[in-house]
Design a protein around this ligand. Structure first.
Ligand SMILES: [Zn+2]
Length: 247
């Protein structure tokens, strides 16, 4: 499938110069330029990727935990001994605490993806705080560790909210590589081609283990891991990837 993926990546690139991918609701290059600006404006608070000098990357999974998909994803990660970061939705974590326990027990990192998946850009600060606190407390109750990494739903956050986050010890983490596995066009070859087109050292790769049918995500995972390992990348957690002390 590797050759097919490369050919498809080339076709996507030629057909849609500059706009090969949609990142949630923003076209990729708009997303990248807007969020790079925020990353520069809020160092230590807002991240979309890690150290670009090292051949390290992080897989991140949003919107779970999901009893349909998370166990299979954990099995694949275990088979390859690859760590990942799971940005959990509080309302899902509350329903499936055994999965939260399993993710933590298997050495993966837990992050906070809010309680109800409302876009922060439409919320008052007090509501944002409540979404994060409720989810963080729940994860702490289950695992004994309060997560400090937050991924805002849809990647949405306002400047005013970032200024508040700057005063806190939370770190907001979006992504630099978007598989688009939530799109209708999510056949395995398309997902791999999208990732291939965007890859770079220090990448934070956005995938989903919840929020819909994730069978394509599960299907590509072994090949994705092998493809990136063949290219010389090693996997780490988001927390380690963005931690300057780690290198
Ligand atoms: Zn989400």
């Amino acid at each position: 499938m590797r050759a097919a993926v490369l050919i498809l990546a080339a076709i996507l690139f030629l057909l849609l110069p500059g706009h090969p991918v949609r990142g949630h609701d923003l076209v990729a290059d708009e997303y990248i330029s807007r969020y790079r600006e925020l990353e520069n404006k809020f160092p230590g608070t807002f991240y979309m990727s890690g150290n670009r000098e090292k051949q390290k990357v992080a897989l991140s999974f949003d919107d779970g935990p999901s009893p349909q998909h998370t166990p299979e994803i954990l099995d694949i990660l275990a088979e390859y001994s690859v760590p990942a970061t799971f940005f959990l939705l509080g309302q899902e974590a509350a329903e499936h605490t055994w999965l939260v326990e399993r993710i933590a027990r298997e050495g993966h990192e837990l992050g906070n993806h809010s309680y109800t998946h409302r876009n922060f850009t439409g919320l008052e600060w007090s509501a944002v705080e409540e979404e994060i606190r409720r989810t963080g407390q729940l994860i702490d109750d289950i695992t004994g560790e309060y997560p400090r990494l937050v991924r805002p739903p849809y990647g949405g956050v306002t400047i005013g909210q970032l200024q508040r986050f700057e005063q806190s010890d939370y770190k907001l983490v979006n992504w630099s590589v978007d598989a688009g596995d939530y799109e209708e066009e999510n056949q395995p070859e398309i997902l791999l081609a999208r990732i291939q087109l965007q890859m770079h050292p220090g990448a934070i790769i956005l995938l989903h283990d919840g929020g819909g049918d994730r069978s394509s995500t599960i299907r590509i995972l072994p090949e994705l891991i092998e493809m990136l390992q063949d290219e010389g990348f090693t996997f780490t957690t988001v927390g380690e990837l963005i931690d300057s002390n780690y290198y």
